[in-house]
Write a protein that binds this ligand. Structure first.
Ligand SMILES: C[S@@+](CC[C@H](N)C(=O)[O-])C[C@H]1O[C@@H](n2cnc3c(N)ncnc32)[C@H](O)[C@@H]1O
Length: 285
């Protein structure tokens, strides 16, 4: 404790209830992410990393900086990087990718025989979801060679988008992927000690990335997506915000297209132009 006095001071910085309330209201109103009082310790410990980076030792200074014009343009992005929860996996909720291969893609190719399939991974985190979609599309192309596709992957976190863009992961992240798929779609790092893999470049080149705050989405007139994934993101929002985002997402989906939500997300009670196909998978009318 004695020898690193500054560091321990920084780690001991505590959020008062009033400071927590100011931050949580801002996060809720600008990003829709629920911050109930039981999240105070979580928010405090995640933001301590930012204090450390900025060389600050208390939240009063941090909040003053955050709400200054410079903080609003520079710090908000970093704050949201640490505030958002980014848990993800390759082939997470694998039933979705089985449904894509067996049902959604054959039907879409019938309905849109000459088009490129446009797929959006909204809330893509560190990229495992869009790369799993790309792998599924490549597997589908083996039996449907004329089909083509493009993936648009978005997230609010620039840090996550950078990881996703690099396509570099620890080897353990792909441990559960079948060997044939690993061999086809990943390259091992030349430095064996690093134990890292990289998604092959032809797969990486199929994905375009952008930073999009789902709260800023508005309904569109001309839909262009055949499939939208927005999984395990809505859980962080309250019901009115969920409806606002779902309405905008649905307007982006072409008739006969599909929306995939996370396993604990539901549309029950919402009036939306989509129909359940299997749990958490919906067809646009
Ligand atoms: C738990 S991860 C889900 C990742 C992936 N979809 C999956 O199911 O594995 C949630 C992601 O949503 C992103 N997110 C949170 N709030 C957001 C917002 N307002 N706009 C866009 N993305 C947001 C987070 O940064 C995070 O990467």
């Amino acid at each position: 404790m004695e020898q690193d006095g500054n560091v321990s001071k920084i780690f001991k910085a505590e959020l008062t209830d009033a400071e927590f309330s100011k931050l949580s209201q801002f996060i809720m109103s600008e990003y829709g992410i629920k911050m109930p009082p039981e999240k105070k310790i979580m928010l405090q410990s995640r933001l301590q990393k930012r204090l450390k980076t900025l060389g600050m030792d208390n939240f009063k200074d941090y909040i003053e900086y955050l709400f200054s014009p410079h903080g609003m343009s520079e710090e908000v992005i970093h704050m949201m990087d640490v505030v958002s929860t980014n848990k993800t996996d390759f082939f997470r909720e694998s039933v979705h990718f089985d449904f894509m291969l067996s049902t959604a893609l054959p039907k879409l190719c019938e309905k849109y025989p000459h088009g490129n399939l446009n797929i959006w991974s909204a809330g893509c985190s560190s990229g495992e979801e869009p790369y799993t979609i790309a792998i599924t599309m490549c597997e589908f192309k083996e039996t449907h060679p004329t089909s083509n596709y493009e993936i648009f992957a978005t997230d609010i976190s620039t840090q996550m988008l950078e990881t996703a863009y690099s396509g570099i992961y620890k080897e353990e992240r792909i441990a559960d992927i079948p060997f044939v798929l690993k061999k086809k779609y990943f390259l091992k790092s030349k430095n064996k000690e690093e134990k890292k893999v990289r998604v092959k470049s032809d797969l990486r080149s199929k994905i375009k990335y952008d930073r999009i705050n789902l709260l800023e989405l508005r309904p569109v007139r001309d839909p262009k997506y055949h499939i939208v994934f927005c999984r395990n993101v809505l859980i962080y929002f309250d019901r009115p915000t969920q409806l606002q985002i779902l309405t905008a997402l649905c307007s982006n989906i072409l008739p006969g297209g599909y929306l995939f939500l996370g396993h604990s997300e539901s549309i029950s009670g919402f009036d939306l132009p989509i129909k359940t196909q299997i749990p958490t998978v919906f067809l646009k009318q």
